[in-house]
Design a protein. Structure first.
Length: 209
């Protein structure tokens, strides 16, 4: 069974409350999502391997730690996942980026794929799949399915807010994929929105309805 990491740093929780506030406009919403994603990315990348390298300080030569050349990939689920992309790239600027496009059928609530483009060297990369909301888990599960078909080295899933139903679905279908979130909320409502949640992340990012 995969692990669920709730990243509850005070700065993250403070900014997440501002994100939830219905009076927060699109500009501030986008900036806050980017900031929270960057803070979360510190924990998501905590297990990056290190190696000793020799450099010369202004005083002397010595050995210090640097990341051991591990290749990272970031895969936002369109469209809302794009709001988190820059936040991850701020910490891992050499990461390659893929995209998975999904929409939820309004009748069946099941995800439908319309786009999937991933780095050509995906088999050499450890991927972080990002989407602000983990609600029913349908989109996340489907996106991870598409990514797994290309055989990456590993996959992690990162979101801002998760519902228990979504967590259970991802764990059921992808027990090897750890989940990183800033909060696990109460439940889903009849329209598959997270309660209390933050509304529709895509609409709030881009000012659409």
């Amino acid at each position: 069974m995969s692990d669920v990491f709730v990243i509850d740093h005070p700065l993250i929780q403070h900014k997440l409350t501002l994100i939830r506030n219905k009076h927060t406009g699109p500009k501030e919403f986008r900036e806050l999502v980017k900031e929270v994603t960057t803070l979360m990315a510190y924990e998501v990348t905590r297990d990056l391997p290190l190696e000793d390298v020799e450099i010369e300080t202004p005083i002397k030569k010595a050995k210090f730690k640097m990341i051991a050349g591990k290749k990272i990939g970031v895969v936002p689920i369109l469209r809302a996942g794009l709001g988190m992309l820059e936040g991850v790239l701020k910490l891992t600027p050499t990461a390659k980026v893929g995209h998975v496009g999904l929409y939820r059928d309004p009748d069946t609530l099941e995800p439908v794929e319309y786009y999937c483009k991933l780095p050509t060297d995906i088999t050499e990369r450890d991927l972080i799949v990002v989407d602000p909301m983990l609600a029913t888990g349908g989109s996340a599960t489907a996106a991870i399915n598409f990514v797994k078909e290309r055989n990456p080295r590993s996959i992690k899933f990162m979101c801002l807010i998760a519902a228990p139903e979504g967590v259970k679905k991802v764990q059921k279908h992808h027990p090897d994929v750890d989940i990183y979130t800033a909060a696990v909320d109460e439940k889903l409502n009849d329209h598959a929105y997270i309660v209390p949640g933050l509304g529709d992340a895509g609409d709030r990012l881009y000012g659409t309805k």
